[in-house]
Design a protein around this ligand. Sequence first.
Ligand SMILES: Cc1cc2nc3c(=O)[nH]c(=O)nc-3n(C[C@H](O)[C@H](O)[C@H](O)COP(=O)(O)OP(=O)(O)OC[C@H]3O[C@@H](n4cnc5c(N)ncnc54)[C@H](O)[C@@H]3O)c2cc1C
Length: 473
Amino acid sequence: MNSGLQEIELVVVGAGPAGATATLAAHDFGLEVVLVDEQPFDAGAYRRNVPYWFGPRAAARSKHQVDLYGWIERHARLRAVLANDINMRPRTAIWGLFPSISGWSVGVFDGSTTQLWRARAIVLATGATDLHLAFPGWTLGGVCGGLGARSILETTGYLEARRLLVLGTNDIALQVAAAAQAAGVEVVGLVDVEDSITGDPDRAAALQASGVRHFSGHTIVTAHGGADVDEVSVAAVDGERVRLDASERISVDSVCVAIGRQPSLELAYLAGCALEYAAEDGGWKVAHGPAGETSQPGIYVAGDAGGTLSESAAAASGERAASAAADWLRGTQHAWRPRVGRSTNVFASRWHQLAESIASDDVLVCRCEEISRGEVLQAVRALGAQRAADPNEVKRISRAGMGVCQGRGCRPIVAGLLARQHATAFADIPLSSYRPPVRALPLAALATEEGADGPLLEPFGAANFTLPNASAT
Ligand SMILES: Cc1cc2nc3c(=O)[nH]c(=O)nc-3n(C[C@H](O)[C@H](O)[C@H](O)COP(=O)(O)OP(=O)(O)OC[C@H]3O[C@@H](n4cnc5c(N)ncnc54)[C@H](O)[C@@H]3O)c2cc1C
């Protein structure tokens, strides 16, 4: 691993609406800013389901490299970043964040080497990841997450599916359904445990008018198939009960689980930022004040990582975070303390409660390590009442959460199991720990050596990168 440190005034992690807006605002405030994003992904990310849940079919068949130029060209804010000659590092993942003497040490992986940068301030605009749901068959080819499907559709204009069933009717579910239809996929239906559509009613109406069925008050029971899905059973729900006597089999080759998202908070966790639980924002999120100030000095959060749920809200929070970071770098202190969130729910969502009500012990809960529900419960029994309430103890014994996705998928599922076993609120189960590196690094990258001057930080700006019409829009 490289040991050389290069000091940067502000590092922005994440080039979505929040991070790109924060970068442009920071540049306007006269800050030296570097914008980092691990997108556009290499094929390996599909295998690791990082940061989204792409599913095993995408992982098995992802041979193509997504075009870097196309990724930038599609995003007006990124074109503006380039047009302003701001240092941007695409295809670069941040794998660690640690306190250092005059700020923060940032672990960087550019696809072949690791580096450590020193930053005086950080904006974490890391977005959100898919909320997973464990049901029989959820590990088959053709099952993927809503953000994973949306990302593939956005970057390639294509989804390897012929007949698709979407779980969820929130905005992401509806966006995926509409984009999949536009890409030539037959969207068979939208399933929701609730009776009403939760996303944009106009988009939902357009989908229904095009023949997409709405399975209101239903949940998934099983995805059937061999290596890939070929049928799905759904059943009506009645309060907290799944009516297996009112089930239906639907012929599909793909299922998109778009039931919700959870803020990406690995880096905030490593930095020691206070977290808070807010079920309505996707679960645990980075606790922050009105300008995105976290409990750690110099670290700001923006966008979905802090619980925003729309592009415009994410962009506005990016601007506020950049302004607060600029103030902080000029010596203004923000007095802010986190509040403690409360929630009495036992499960991450009603989907999880219903899935658990019909789950057998052989259902897998950790797809990476192939750990079943029964094995997790065995670990709970072995640990005894007190220690079993700690998901880290359960992880050590069962190995659930130790795989390549580092527990992004099974964390909420295991926490729900523990909450139920202990008859306690989901929010009272501590968040299982994240450990650096939070992205899988090849051994060759860890062994990389640098010269005594430390790593080079070459600008990825307009000077060495030209796009057709590379002006701000
Ligand atoms: C295809 C698409 C369609 C959309 N449609 C709508 C819509 O119709 N209506 C609406 O309101 N909103 C829409 N949105 C916006 C969306 O729903 C979110 O609200 C918005 O993207 C949140 O912005 P963000 O910057 O917080 O996070 P994101 O846009 O998710 O960006 C986070 C970025 O952080 C990067 N990242 C995370 N961790 C790391 C790490 N460790 N190292 C490096 N990089 C990292 C990720 O690669 C990602 O690019 C859409 C988004 C997309 C992509």
